[in-house]
Write a protein that binds this ligand. Structure first.
Ligand code: SF4
Length: 463
């Protein structure tokens, strides 16, 4: 498949303003908000056996490591706040038991092509604990020689010994949580992180042979202005990241009570200021030569993500954009999500429930969703919009075995307003998201998502 849009999107603030509504981020379709405690009639064990019927299908692994020493007030992650690092030992005991519960249902010969440690703060674990976790996973899975092992890093919780442990268990990719380098913003969000820590982390990681380093930034935080964003991006670009994620702060105090602090301090920027920050970040990064991959992700033109987007092989999974196609995802640890072509399932979100299921000898799955044939077709459509920014009606008709344009005529017709505003172009053979529509991919995808209506409170703003 060839790309049909310019890789570097321009930004029309008027359009972004007009279409900024709450919507899913489409790390999955259907989104996790639709998971229920009734996973259907199928047992997870049967779903895993079904998945093993394709022995060559690769496996992507995820381990959730929830601990953080203190809570950042903006945070939307599933965390456990503690300064007691021994608690990670007890947690690893449970992850080990969880792996043992899964072992009878795993095919150890299927290649593990990806492993991601997320959190929380994975580097809350000591180097010894990280090595133990690496050994546990290597015991249960066969890693492909070029497996992509990545880790989320908090530069405040990093030593050279952590980096060496991560390197020794095969990690070559890191994602650094930076958010903002301005000390006043850091005080307002309860995350003090001198920039020297970011510089030190980069030096250690590059020295250890990490080939891809991502930096996470957030806009829309208290006391941020376009000027603080400009300064943060200048400092971060000087570090030479391969990728950047520039997330919109999602203010959802009804879901994340800690965020109520921001309503009391009254320091949050308004929607218009936030849009200006987004425009500032977008302009600075694209001018610096980074490609707008979509949904807040930017990458160097020679980065695998940018190359996958150009080649039409980009994927999207629970960790965001990915170059690994067709893998089943197996998640371990509290709150982690797994997916096979047929089913999504998620572990309990609290430590107590996660532990008690394992103590009872049960897989610690709380909820999930068995996909219908129509869910799978909608997933294909939405992922192609999100990754390729185009739909090829003939290709989709071949894949689905019926006339795509006739079956989804209502959805295609619903794009008229987006076409009038220059966000998409429609022809008889397909539709293309224009460069100015690239920051609004979610809006286009939502037109093919019958579940997106009326679910606004469960999702963040699209920009
Ligand atoms: S370190 Fe990361 S996961 Fe932990 S509270 Fe802060 S933002 Fe959340």
């Amino acid at each position: 498949m060839t790309p049909t849009t310019s890789l570097s999107a321009s930004l029309d603030l008027g359009l972004v303003r007009k279409y900024s509504v709450a919507g899913p981020r489409y790390t999955s379709y259907p989104p996790a908000t639709r998971f229920t405690s009734d996973v259907g009639s199928v047992r997870i064990e049967d779903a895993l056996a079904e998945d093993n019927a394709s022995p060559d299908r690769p496996i992507s692994l995820y381990v959730h490591l929830p601990f953080c020493e203190s809570r950042c007030w903006y945070c939307g992650c599933t965390t456990v706040i503690t300064r007691d690092h021994d608690r990670a030992n007890a947690y690893l005991d449970y992850v080990e038991k969880e792996l043992a519960l899964y072992a009878p249902y795993l095919n150890p010969h299927r290649p593990a092509t990806q492993l991601h440690f997320g959190g929380g703060t994975p580097t809350f674990l000591t180097p010894v604990q990280l090595r133990r976790l690496g050994a546990m996973l290597h015991k249960h899975f066969t890693f492909a020689p070029d497996a992509e092992i990545s880790v989320e890093i908090d530069p405040r919780q990093l030593t050279l010994a952590h980096v060496e442990a991560l390197r020794d268990i095969g990690a070559r990719r890191a994602s650094l949580g930076v958010q903002d380098t301005n000390p006043k913003v850091q005080a307002a969000i309860h995350r003090i992180q001198p920039h020297s820590l970011n510089e030190q982390a980069f030096a250690w990681l590059r020295g250890a042979g990490f080939t891809s380093i991502n930096v996470d930034l957030i806009y829309g935080l208290p006391l941020q202005t376009p000027e603080t964003i400009r300064h943060t991006i200048a400092e971060v670009l000087a570090l030479g990241p391969d990728r950047l994620s520039v997330f919109s702060y999602a203010h959802v105090p009804w879901l994340k009570p800690t965020q109520k602090i921001f309503d009391k301090t009254g320091q949050l920027p308004d929607a218009e200021q936030k849009l200006t920050m987004f425009a500032t970040a977008h302009g600075l990064l694209t001018q610096a030569g980074y490609i707008d991959i979509g949904l807040d992700h930017f990458a160097r033109p020679d980065d695998e993500l940018a190359r996958a987007q150009a080649a039409g092989t980009l994927q999207r999974n629970f960790q965001g954009y990915s170059t690994h196609a067709g893998a089943s995802l197996y998640g371990f640890g509290m709150s982690s999500i797994s997916s096979t072509p047929e089913i999504y399932f998620q572990n309990f979100k609290t430590l107590a429930e996660y532990r008690s299921a394992i103590d009872a000898g049960r897989l610690p799955v709380e909820r999930g969703l068995r996909l219908t044939d129509e869910d799978r077709r909608r997933r294909t459509i939405i992922m192609r919009v999100m990754c390729d920014r185009r739909l090829d009606y003939a290709a989709l008709s071949r894949e689905f075995g019926f006339d795509f344009a006739a079956t989804y005529a209502r959805e295609i017709a619903s794009l008229a307003d987006l076409e009038a505003d220059g966000i998409v172009r429609r022809t008889d053979s397909g539709l293309t998201v224009t460069p100015s529509g690239a920051p609004l991919l979610r809006i286009v995808a939502m037109r093919f998502d019958p579940t997106s209506y009326g679910a606004a409170k469960q999702h963040s703003q699209t920009v």
